[in-house]
Structure formats: C-alpha cells, structure tokens
Design a protein around this ligand. Structure first.
Ligand SMILES: Nc1ncnc2c1ncn2[C@@H]1O[C@H](COP(=O)(O)OP(=O)(O)O)[C@@H](O)[C@H]1O
Ligand SMILES: Cc1cn([C@H]2C[C@H](O)[C@@H](COP(=O)(O)O)O2)c(=O)[nH]c1=O
Length: 214
C-alpha cells in the first residue's frame, strides 16, 4: 500500500540526508522519483544536506499544485514511482492535502521531510496538516543534541546572538553560523523554555552574579 510518511525532527537531525538516501536507494533499483522542495538554504531548486550531498529538485511555491503537476507529468507519458518533499513545513495545508491525494488516487509513496515546530515551539501549518494526514510519522533516529547533552527537541532562533521568541515564522537560516544576523540552535525543552542557548549558558557560567542553571 502506498503511504504518506512524515519524517520529522528538529533542524540539523539528518532529514535531508535521509531524503537523499531514499532517493539514491530507489533510483539505484531503477525507480524514478520526483523531488520537491522550498527555500532550501543552498538556493532554489536544490535539495541539500549538510553532509555535502545535494540533488536537483522542483522549487514549489505557495501556489504550486502538487497533484496537478503529477497528473500532467504522468499523462504526458513520463514516469513517477515515488515523491520526495523536503522542507515540508513550508507548504500550505492544501498542498499537504494534494500530497495525500497523490498517495490515494495515483497510488504513489510520498515521503515528506520537515521540522514540526517553529522557533516559538508552534506547529508550522504544513507540519500540522502532515500530523493530521500522514499514514506514518517517523522521528529521525540520529538525535541532534542540546549544548547540555540532552536530546534536542526544539528549535531556537537567535538574532545577533540572542535567542528571540517573536518574529516572522519563516526566516531561512542555519545552525552553527555565529557571524549571521539570524541563526538557529537546537535545544532541549528545558533550555528552550529558559532561553538558555550555548552562548547564554557560557556567559552565565563566567558571570559571578548568576547562579549556574545546571
Ligand atoms: N562534518 C560532519 N561529519 C559528520 N556528520 C555530519 C557533519 N556535518 C553534518 N553532519 C550530520 O548531518 C546532520 C545534518 O544533516 P541534514 O540532512 O543537513 O539535516 P536536516 O535536513 O535535518 O536539517 C547532522 O545532524 C550530522 O549528523
Ligand atoms: C525553526 C525555524 C526554522 N526555519 C527555517 C530555517 C531553515 O531554513 C529551515 C529548516 O531547515 P533544516 O533543513 O531542517 O535545518 O527552516 C524557519 O523559517 N522558521 C523557524 O521557526
């Protein structure tokens, strides 16, 4: 039975790497996939992993119709055996419904990869719809870690090095980029709630006025 699978996790936990591995394994066996993404850090029309691998992808904006694209593709005589969608959090609930329809009506597996919650710990609309609609939700096995060593479960945004909890939901960016104005850091829930990034923890540890958190 074809499935809509949502592979979810924090930033930097290996989602895009797994997407590339699934693509590699299936194409190595002669299957043909269609790959979609939106707002990848590496630019338009690319699905990239921090391990250095990347592949071409169709850049899908808000008005992109996944189901229509697949129908046109197949009725033109082209082949598609499965669909990969990276950065799935950025897609609209309607687009996620189109992915479900690809599974149910066109009988293709759809593998969607994305972060579940934003920097305020709120669900992205696309991720919410995937949680509602997916046949299966897979949490990635490789755990990203908080600076304290606990499993990272939340994504923090930093502006000029300080953690923020207000702002636009979508700002493309990366972890471990100290020089950039807007950055991200993965944290455990405890340290996300306390707004305690690695830099804040270091500063607290060297300040004689502040008791250590841990
Ligand atoms: N230099 C490196 N050596 C080994 N593994 C790395 C290196 N850089 C990144 N990684 C791995 O890649 C993961 C990030 O993969 P990526 O697919 O880009 O994540 P995501 O799509 O979830 O944001 C990291 O969690 C880490 O396991
Ligand atoms: C938490 C959060 C993240 N983003 C952006 C930042 C990155 O461009 C992507 C996540 O990519 P990854 O491959 O999973 O690392 O999402 C955002 O726009 N808003 C947020 O709150």
């Amino acid at each position: 039975m074809p499935e809509l699978v949502f592979f979810s996790g924090t930033m930097d936990c290996g989602k895009s790497t797994l997407a590339l591995q699934i693509e590699h394994n299936r194409s190595a066996r002669g299957l043909e996939g269609l790959i979609f993404t939106r707002n990848d850090r590496a630019g338009e029309g690319v699905l990239s992993s921090r391990l250095g691998l990347e592949t071409k992808a169709v850049e899908a904006a808000d008005d992109f119709d996944f189901y229509g694209y697949l129908v046109t593709h197949l009725s033109g005589g082209a082949r598609a055996d499965y669909v990969i969608v990276d950065e799935a959090q950025f897609f609209t609930p309607d687009q996620i419904d189109q992915l479900a329809r690809i599974v149910d009506d066109l009988r293709l597996d759809v593998f969607a990869f994305g972060i579940t919650t934003d920097f305020r710990t709120r669900l992205f609309p696309g991720s919410r719809r995937l949680v509602e609609m997916a046949d299966r939700i897979e949490v990635l096995q490789v755990e990203a870690l908080c600076w304290c060593g606990a499993r990272a479960t939340h994504n923090a945004r930093t502006v000029d090095g300080k953690m923020v909890v207000e702002g636009e939901q979508v700002v493309v960016g990366d972890v471990n980029r100290p020089g950039t104005a807007t950055g991200y850091e993965v944290l455990c829930r405890r340290h996300h709630i306390r707004r305690m990034t690695a830099a804040a923890a270091r500063a607290a540890a060297i300040s004689p006025d502040v008791l250590p958190v841990d």
